[in-house]
Design a binder for this molecule. Structure first.
Ligand SMILES: [Zn+2]
Ligand SMILES: [Zn+2]
Ligand SMILES: [Zn+2]
Length: 281
C-alpha cells in the first residue's frame, strides 16, 4: 500500500528552499533560485536606504518640487489618469496650453508656430512636476535619495528529526560553507504536530554554524559522508519563534490601525529583535 497524500522523498529539499524563500519574501527580499544545482540554494536581494537603512520603495515617485507650494514633495500617484496635470509648452515662446482633446495631437504652437511638447505641471503652483527620488520608507522623516542593494547567498538544509526526536539531522558538505559574511545557512524542518502541519526554521550565520559543527573530522573533511546530528537544544537560539513573531505582528497592525505611531515603532523594533531572519539584513 502507498499513501498518495504527502510529498515524495525527493521533493522535500526543494520544498524547504521554497518555504525559506516565502519567509524571506515577507521581509522584503527578492528571491532567486539558481536553475542548476550550484553551491547556493537561494540568492536574495534587497533595496535599502543608504542613510537610515530602512526599506527602500523600488517605485517611480514624482511630485511638485516647488518648496513654496502646499503640494511640495507630496508623491503623486496615477498621474496618467489625472487631466489637471497635463499641459503642452511651446519650446520657442514658452506658451502653455492645457492639454485638451482637440490639441492632444497638435504639435505646433498657435502663437508662434514653434514646436509644442508635453509638460506636467502642478495644478496648484503651475511649476513643473519632477522626479522625487526620495523613496525611503521613512520619508518624509528621512529625505535620502540614495539607496543601496544587498545580496545574500543562502544554503537551505531540509532536515529530519533523529535520535528519538532529540536531534535534527541533515547532510552538510564541506563546499556548502561559502567563506563570506554574506552567506547564511537556514535549517528547515516540517512536522505534523497534533494533526497540524508546522514549519520550523533555524537561521545561522557562517560563524554560528562553525560553533555547532565539528569541521575537523576525517569523515567530514576527507570522505564527505558525515551526516550531522545536531542537538535541538544547541540550535534553540537560532530558531525562528513564529508564535512570538505573529503575536507582535498582530499588535503592530492594531497600532497602525489606531494611528499610534510611537507604539508601532516600538513594536517594530521588538519584532525585529526576536526575528532571527533579520540576521540577513
Ligand atoms: Zn532613509
Ligand atoms: Zn510658441
Ligand atoms: Zn506645486
Amino acid at each position: 500500500m502507498t499513501i498518495e497524500t504527502d510529498f515524495k522523498v525527493g521533493q522535500f529539499g526543494k520544498i524547504g528552499e521554497h518555504m525559506v524563500g516565502f519567509e524571506l519574501s515577507k521581509r522584503g527580499w527578492i528571491i532567486f533560485y539558481p536553475p542548476y544545482d550550484e553551491r547556493t540554494d537561494i540568492v536574495a536581494m534587497k533595496f535599502q536606504c543608504k542613510k537610515c537603512k530602512s526599506p527602500w520603495f523600488n517605485e517611480h515617485r514624482i511630485a511638485c518640487l516647488n518648496d513654496k507650494c502646499p503640494e511640495f514633495e507630496k508623491p503623486i500617484t496615477s498621474i496618467n489618469s489625472k487631466k489637471e496635470y497635463k499641459n503642452k509648452i511651446c519650446k520657442k515662446c514658452e506658451n502653455i496650453e492645457k492639454r485638451t482633446e482637440d490639441n492632444a495631437q497638435r504639435g505646433i504652437c498657435q502663437k508662434c508656430k514653434g514646436i509644442m511638447e508635453e509638460i506636467a505641471l502642478c495644478p496648484k503652483c503651475h511649476k513643473e512636476i519632477g522626479i522625487l527620488g526620495k523613496n525611503c520608507s521613512k520619508f518624509p522623516e528621512c529625505d535620502s535619495n540614495k539607496y543601496e542593494v544587498l545580496f545574500r547567498s543562502i544554503q537551505v538544509k531540509s532536515s529530519h528529526l533523529v535520535d528519538k526526536e532529540k536531534n535534527i539531522g541533515f547532510n552538510f558538505k564541506y563546499q556548502d560553507l561559502i567563506d563570506d559574511d554574506r552567506h547564511f545557512l537556514i535549517v528547515y524542518n516540517r512536522q505534523i504536530i497534533k494533526d497540524i502541519e508546522r514549519h520550523f526554521y533555524w537561521v545561522l550565520t557562517k560563524d554560528d554554524f562553525m560553533k555547532i559543527k565539528n569541521m575537523n573530522t576525517t569523515s567530514f573533511k576527507i570522505y564527505q559522508n558525515d551526516r550531522g546530528h545536531f542537538s535541538l537544544k544547541a540550535l534553540e537560539k537560532y530558531k525562528f519563534n513564529e508564535e512570538e513573531f505573529y503575536k507582535v505582528q498582530k499588535e503592530k497592525l492594531k497600532a497602525l490601525k489606531d494611528n499610534k505611531k510611537k507604539d508601532f515603532e516600538k513594536l517594530l523594533k521588538k519584532q525585529q529583535s526576536i526575528d532571527v531572519f533579520r540576521k540577513l539584513d
